[in-house]
Design a protein around this ligand. Structure first.
Ligand SMILES: Cc1cc2nc3c(=O)[nH]c(=O)nc-3n(C[C@H](O)[C@H](O)[C@H](O)COP(=O)(O)OP(=O)(O)OC[C@H]3O[C@@H](n4cnc5c(N)ncnc54)[C@H](O)[C@@H]3O)c2cc1C
Ligand code: HEM
Length: 401
């Protein structure tokens, strides 16, 4: 609980700290990586560092947490913390690393805000940091325990049983544990981290949703190659996976984590995705089919063209195997190639939803923002809409705070 004295100081300094958070977090990562070089080898994602995405997600989460504490000193914004804790658990973040992050974060705050950081101000923000860290450490300890993962050794070797070309830009890898022990439990909608050595010798980690049935001994991930666009380089892990990994190779994976998981209710389901955002939805459909689910399911997907639509044949197979499922597709190009598909961008007008429909969204942030607004306008309660972001979450801090 945030003490009343600290709450007053945090309230008074939130505009100054909040306004400088971008500069603070840039300086924080700069000095931390300069002194703790091992953190960039196999933990932090250097693409997100270069784009500033991770910095903004960290700053947004701290500001959102502080605001929630001011509104209610005992608050624990669950959605915010749970997403971060699952991401941390999929990376093997350990409790002692919170002391390292604290050191560099508070050094950066003092350097950026200078004399404004009196001992009283530092103490109040220290309390916020440790409340947040404490809540995350507790959630992460529970996640590690449930998954029976030792955070100091979170990685396991998997053998690629098959590589399948899905579209010109997307491949799937079918995997089984290299030691042939049982696959760890997974829930529909979860992701794994993949850890790989890059050509310069540095290890990188990225997350990939499970696109196969979570109960299977074989696991599937489906990866879109991120091409170079104007000044931005090609994505390093996706390109490396596409160029170098095939049947018989080994990949290094974490256990499955992720809090956007399929509920086990009987209520109607609406699965909405765009582009490679179809992967967790196909994992959910596989689970529904494998468990003989009878609930009504509507699958809506938008893509560039039918030829770019990854896992389309899986979606057809799964929708026809479920007793009350249907699918509708929108394509920007060549929609005529897919019978019944719409031409253009997804449009939810005319969608008839019952009040208890549970909605799952996955796609780019602009896509999800537009769709979420349309759903809310047509009467879907915000808390029925769950979404997965394929990158640092720059949205959550604004919608859940
Ligand atoms: C929960 C979750 C689930 C996911 N599931 C899937 C999935 O099922 N399938 C899938 O394909 N992906 C998925 N992703 C995305 C995936 O984790 C990777 O982000 C994606 O593969 C790109 O990684 P990369 O290493 O290829 O690109 P990166 O090298 O990380 O680059 C990412 C972007 O940053 C840009 N960038 C990098 N460096 C710079 C620079 N110096 N200057 C400017 N821009 C730069 C790149 O151009 C690129 O656009 C998921 C992500 C999350 C968080
Ligand atoms: C109170 C302290 C911390 C906060 C508030 C915090 C917050 C966050 C947030 C908001 C994200 C992005 C989640 C997402 O949307 O994907 C994240 C990711 C991450 N965090 Fe933390 N974190 C904290 C401590 C730590 C510690 C101690 C470590 C380990 C050194 C760590 C390592 C990482 C890594 C490696 C990522 C993924 C980065 C990426 O993929 O770009 N964090 N954290």
């Amino acid at each position: 609980m945030l003490s009343p004295d600290s709450a007053a100081v945090v309230r008074a300094t939130l505009p100054a700290v909040g306004g400088a958070l971008d500069e603070i977090t840039a300086r924080f990562y700069g000095t931390m990586f300069a002194e703790q070089t091992e953190l960039l080898d196999g933990l932090f994602n250097r693409g997100n560092q270069a784009s500033g995405g991770q910095r903004r997600a960290l700053a947004g989460s701290i500001a959102a947490f502080a605001q929630a504490l001011l509104a209610d000193p005992e608050a624990r914004p669950d959605a915010l913390l749970s997403r971060i804790a699952h991401k941390h658990a999929a990376l093997g973040v350990t409790e002692d690393q919170y002391t390292i992050v604290h050191k560099y974060l508070f050094r950066a705050i003092a350097e950026v805000l200078g004399e404004a950081v009196t001992p009283q101000v530092a103490a109040a923000w220290d309390e916020v940091y440790w409340l947040m860290a404490g809540a995350l450490i507790a959630q992460e300890a529970r996640l590690y325990q449930e998954a029976q993962v030792d955070p100091r050794h979170p990685w396991r070797q998997w053998t690629v049983v098959e590589r399948r070309e899905e579209t010109p830009d997307v491949v799937s890898f079918l995997l089984r544990p290299a030691d042939e022990d049982p696959a760890p439990p997974a829930r529909a909608g979860q992701y794994v981290s993949v850890r790989m050595r890059m050509p310069d010798g540095i290890h990188q980690v990225r997350q990939y949703s499970l696109s196969g049935a979570p109960g299977d001994q074989l696991r599937r991930v489906t990866v879109k190659r991120v091409a170079s666009l104007s000044d931005a380089p090609e994505g390093e892990m996706s390109t490396q996976l596409h160029r170098t990994v095939g049947a018989g190779d080994e990949l290094t994976l974490s256990s499955p984590f992720g809090d956007v998981v399929l509920d086990e209710a009987d209520s109607p389901l609406l699965l909405i995705s765009a582009g490679i955002g179809c992967t967790p939805m196909v994992g959910m459909l596989e689970h529904l089919a494998a468990t003989g689910a009878t609930r009504p399911v509507t699958v809506l997907h938008a893509d560039r063209s039918p030829a770019d639509h990854a896992l389309l044949s899986d979606i057809h197979r799964l929708v026809s195997s479920l007793p009350a499922a249907r699918a509708e597709f929108w394509y920007e190009q060549n929609a005529a190639a897919e019978p019944g598909a719409h031409s253009g961008l997804m449009d939810l007008k005319g969608l008839n939803l019952s009040a208890d429909t549970g909605v799952y969204l996955c796609g780019s942030l602009p896509f999800m923002r537009t769709v979420r607004a349309q759903l809310i306008q047509s009467g879907v309660p915000a808390h029925h809409i769950r979404y997965e972001v394929f990158g640092p979450d720059l949205w959550l801090a604004h919608t859940e705070a």
